[in-house]
Design a protein around this ligand. Structure first.
Ligand code: NAP
Length: 304
């Protein structure tokens, strides 16, 4: 690189709105979303080819991670885990002062809390974050990103972070994004496990998966409306039986188990639900509404 080229790269770096460090599947999509929204975006990646590809799309390529950090008030890091983030940033920690560090690596609430302390110790505002909708939707309003940590930093950079999708700030506790990350993963898998079982069940009767999916997605607004209603019931500690009692649902799930067995498919998914409902009944909630299973879950398997 010539002296002139280096000079013009440095000028560009000074004007960047956001830097993305780590250009794997996720980091590349993040950088593309920032670029599409018109933000001057600096990129750095360990292996250069991915940064070259983004430079061809209009990104400013930083020669080092430190150059990326120095040139931008907002640093978004997308690396495999917290250890990698820490190892990469430690040597350049002195350059973080006055900047906002957004860490989108997956990890635990404890790791998020430690990283927030570490960033604060180097004068940086910290936002922990999690990408909840895979990579394909990044940059579209339906892509959910959750953040927690500095409210001020989120307010300052909200418009930039919103170019990633539906960016939600959960609160000032930096661990919250990680807690939501795991909770939402469990929710998605609960729904998907039910879906895969259902596809196998109707498939045994010759139904095409896509035909079933069309009917099932139309049913989802009812299921999501139950989440809103039942959250209110759980908050109030009262479980009316408007949506059926635990015993009624236990009987219905038993039909699902029997039908699955008859069709020759696995019964593990409905049995999981059946066990939960049976334990709720055994602990005295048989005639309560189904949201009362929260009490059984909170107590754990050995304390019915
Ligand atoms: N992909 C998804 O659908 C998805 C969804 C939600 C959350 N996430 C989370 O997003 C984070 C990134 O995931 P990803 O899918 O983008 O991973 P990925 O495609 O495997 O990319 C990993 C990135 O980290 C870099 N890297 C790895 N080790 C490094 C090191 N020691 N020093 C410097 N750079 C290093 C790689 O650089 P090289 O290119 O040089 O190897 C690459 O840019 C993870 O925490 C993941 O859990 C991913």
């Amino acid at each position: 690189m010539s002296k002139n080229q280096r000079g013009s790269e440095n000028e560009n770096l000074q004007r960047s709105t956001v830097a993305v460090i780590g250009l794997g599947q996720m980091g590349t999509r993040l950088a593309q979303a920032f670029l599409s929204a018109g933000h001057v975006t600096t990129v750095w990646n360990r292996s250069g080819a991915k940064a070259d590809a983004l430079a061809a799309q209009g990104a400013v390529r930083a020669a080092t991670p430190e150059a990326a950090v120095i040139g931008s008030p907002l640093i978004v890091v997308s690396l495999p885990d917290y250890r990698t983030v820490q190892d990469l940033l430690q040597p350049l920690a002195g350059s973080l002062d006055g900047r906002t560090l957004v860490n989108l690596a997956s990890g635990t609430p404890e790791e998020a809390a430690r990283m927030a302390d570490w960033a604060a110790g180097h004068g940086a505002d910290y936002l922990d974050g999690a990408a909840m909708s895979g990579t394909r939707l990044v940059g579209r309003p339906e892509a959910l990103f959750v953040f927690s940590g500095s409210q001020e930093a989120f307010s300052t950079h909200r418009s930039v972070l919103t170019s990633l999708g539906n960016s939600v700030h959960l609160g000032s506790d930096p661990a919250l994004a990680s807690v939501y990350d795991t909770a939402l993963l469990g929710l998605a898998w609960g729904a998907l496990a039910g879906f895969y079982h259902a596809v196998a069940l109707v498939g045994a009767s010759g139904v095409d998966p896509a035909d079933f999916a069309a009917v099932a997605t139309g049913h989802m607004p009812f299921v999501t409306s139950l989440m809103a209603d039942h959250a209110r019931q759980i908050e109030g500690g009262r479980f009316p039986d408007d949506d059926g009692t635990v015993e009624v649902h236990a009987a219905a799930i038993e039909h699902l188990v029997r039908t699955s067995r008859t069709q020759g498919i696995g019964t593990d998914v409905p049995e999981l639900i059946g066990n939960l409902l049976d334990r709720a009944t055994a602990s005295g909630h048989g005639s309560s509404g189904i949201a009362s299973v929260i009490e059984t879950i909170k107590k754990g398997p050995r304390n019915v």
